[in-house]
Design a protein. Structure first.
Length: 335
């Protein structure tokens, strides 16, 4: 999160030949991964609509509207362009579920984090102990867990459940940060953001898309763990750039660009520029480490890392056009 005085001054004084934040991001973000789209995207979108309706999650018109302007199946199609239709459907369902879960957790916990406990405890009981659900949201999670167990190996499903539990716990940390009278520092913001990113639960699905299960030596290799962290951070920080206006208006705290703005007391365009540079360094480190590790990987290991890279690419191309972040297009680059 550190940035020198010279970097901040340069970002503030540099002439920016763009008119809105989206163009500013496009002009500065390093994106080495070209656009791709899964051909089963439309099928997945219809499947998401049916799955959410089955569990009553879109009975609320506000939730149905949120899904329509968030386009979870489109994000899945961009992130996972080579997945078969069955695995893509699980991915799209999970993205939709997490958008609903995240928004509900934010609404409930914004002022009183303790009110989140029943919702979070139900999720942990389902994921850890196989307990039956007690709410429609819990029933959808239990069904999603079943889908993962049927498609993945036991080890992959266990990793999925573990990563999903970490995401659930992270939402409580976010609620505490949101309710705190003094905004959290930039370091804590990044730590909480990594927990609530919700990207790493999808990596076991990336593994399941490969011809063979990764060996323990590959999946637990220190460089592979670092690649996982780098890709998840880059994938979630990119939408932070596009959602900064939305989050700022809603009083959001856990956002990389807003953390830069608070830390350096600068305009939002300058904060976005500084955050973009940090993301660029993260993506470049991912590229460098992948290049070093690739000769040691099996074909499935290579495909697994390509799946991680897909999340970086997909989150960028999805964020650029999704209606959820449309405010970015209209936000000027002047302070």
């Amino acid at each position: 999160m550190s940035a020198t005085h010279e970097e901040i001054t340069l970002a503030a004084q540099k002439e920016i030949p763009v008119v809105d934040l989206r163009e500013l991001i496009d002009a500065n973000l390093y994106m080495p991964f070209p656009f791709q789209r899964n051909p089963h995207g439309s099928e997945a979108a219809a499947g998401v609509e049916e799955w959410l309706s089955t569990w009553g999650l879109t009975d609320d018109p506000a939730v149905a509207a949120m899904i329509s302007y968030t386009r979870p199946a489109e994000l899945a199609a961009y992130n996972s362009p080579t997945m078969d239709s069955g695995l893509l459907q699980i991915t799209a369902n999970q993205i939709a579920y997490q958008f609903i879960y995240d928004d509900r957790a934010e609404d409930i916990g914004r002022h009183t984090p303790g009110r989140l406990l029943p919702m979070l405890c139900e999720s942990i009981a389902i994921l850890r102990d196989g307990q039956p659900p007690t709410t429609p949201l819990g029933a959808a999670l239990a069904d999603l867990h079943r889908q993962v167990q049927e498609r993945c190996t036991p080890a992959q499903a266990a990793r999925w459940a573990w990563n999903s539990r970490e995401y659930v716990h992270g939402l409580l940390y976010e609620a505490v940060a949101q309710a705190h009278p003094v905004p959290v520092g930039s370091g804590l913001c990044r730590s909480v953001r990594s927990l609530i990113a919700g990207v790493e639960p999808f990596y076991p699905l990336c593994e399941a898309a490969q011809p063979c299960e990764l060996t323990p030596e590959e999946i637990h290799h220190p460089v592979m763990r670092r690649l996982s962290r780098l890709s998840a951070d880059a994938a979630v920080w990119i939408p932070d750039l596009f959602s900064a206006v939305k989050e700022q208006r809603a009083g959001g705290v856990i956002n990389l660009a807003l953390a830069y703005q608070r830390t350096h007391r600068c305009s939002l365009p300058v904060a976005v520029t500084l955050a973009t540079r940090h993301i660029n360094s993260t993506i470049r480190e991912f590229e460098e480490l992948y290049g070093e590790l690739r000769p040691e990987l099996s074909p499935s290991g290579v495909g697994y890392v390509e799946g991680m890279a897909g999340w970086i690419r997909g989150c960028y191309f999805w964020s650029r056009t999704v209606p959820r972040y449309a405010d970015t297009m209209a936000a000027p680059v002047v302070p």
